[in-house]
Design a protein around this ligand. Sequence first.
Ligand code: NOJ
Ligand code: NOJ
Length: 480
Amino acid sequence: MKISRVWGVLCLGFALGNLSAIAARTSESDLQAWIDWEKGITTQNMFYNISPNGAAPGAVVASPSRDNPNYFKHWVRDASLTMNLVISYYENTQDQNLKNTYYQRMMDFTDFSRRNQLTDNPSGGPGSNGLGEPLFMPDGSPFNQGWGRPQNDGPALRAMVLTRWAFVLLSQGQESLVRQKFYDGQLPANTVIKADLEYVSHHLDESCFDLWEEVRGYHFYTRMVQRKALLDGARLADRLGDGGAANWYRQEASVLEAQINTHWDNSRKVILTTLGRDGGMDYKNSGLDASTILALMHGDTGDGFFPVYDDRAMATAVTIANIFKSEFPINGRGPGIGIGRYPEDQYDGNGAHPNGGNPWVLLTNGFGEYYYRVSKGLSSKGNIAFNDTNVAFFRDLAPANASSIVPGKVIHSNDTLFNSILGAAWQRGDDYLMRTRFHTGSDGGFAEQMNRDSGFMQGAKNLTWSDASFLVAAWERSGF
Ligand code: NOJ
Ligand code: NOJ
């Protein structure tokens, strides 16, 4: 009974997957055409979730889905990652009306964020731990149900996007606005960025829930974005004459660096997602999690600390991709690999599912972005030194050359192998986007997940973060 049902779903999914592949998909060569079409849809869907009807100005809902699951709420993490793209839209448009709209969205988000900081919530109040609160109701009121809190990546991501925006305003000579609303050195903090930086820098030693809202402990992702928030914030503090604070933020960033390095498990050659678990879910035994790859991109400060092509990162990426390749039935057909959160995942977009989790749109796109960035990063570095940690990654990219990929050997930009590897990494990026395309319906909408058996979109529809992840990957590939 059970077996035939599963088999039926598989056959149906296979048939539909192929049919739709023939009907709606174009060949691999016109990936760019699909991307251009999809960008339009995704942009529209994403902006629809920023200050939508039924929410306060500045709120960014995670999805328009109001029930099963109810994602019509403002998650600090999703919102910050999304608003970071609004700055890119602002910077890239010549149309003054659009520019004004984007400007207004950013200022509304700034004000809404400050309101969140000042709102008493289940994590605490403005002067205590309230800044670690992961989500708010769309009208800005607190979300009073039990939840995995605090989540300390949130205030870091919020500080990062607002700092980037503050620098845009400064470049336009709006220093008094920045000092009034964004960053004032005064303590206790009375501006949005300062408050987040103070919170981040004074709570590094406390465990918190991870970005998936499930495990309490110390997380690679959280630490990487905390580090970037502090270093970006230190630059702003310096620019505004708050040098003492800048030194403190930099000092705490270096404390984080030492902690981040301890996530590397040299015997297994992987970055462990969580250390010191002290609460929440307890069955993530592999320690592997695709968020370690997101961390490298969201936490990238461009200063050479854990760049995307760090050997430890590449080793982790290939291990994770290969696990999901065999874990998810859909990965047996079609291009690329659908990437899930972590191998033991049970969340199917609505609740726990005994068959386990699914591939996620934002992670599949995120791996696409990752491979594009590795290709570019290695290209500007100009050489590859093979070693025990990274050979698995490169052999996976260029299996036909596996015997030339040996520890101890160094190749340079004039070597054929160097260029084949760069090309293969770029192609791998395309493979991930083609995987997403394979499961995207004719309306172009991205949900949170893709069913592991049938490939159909599943979970919260039009997930804002899924849209953002696609746009970022597409920009990485072919510009804004
Ligand atoms: C909702 C959370 O957002 C999600 O990450 C989690 O997996 C489920 N709850 C189950 O705990
Ligand atoms: C569940 C995800 O695990 C979490 O990271 C996200 O913030 C929420 N859904 C809202 O999209």
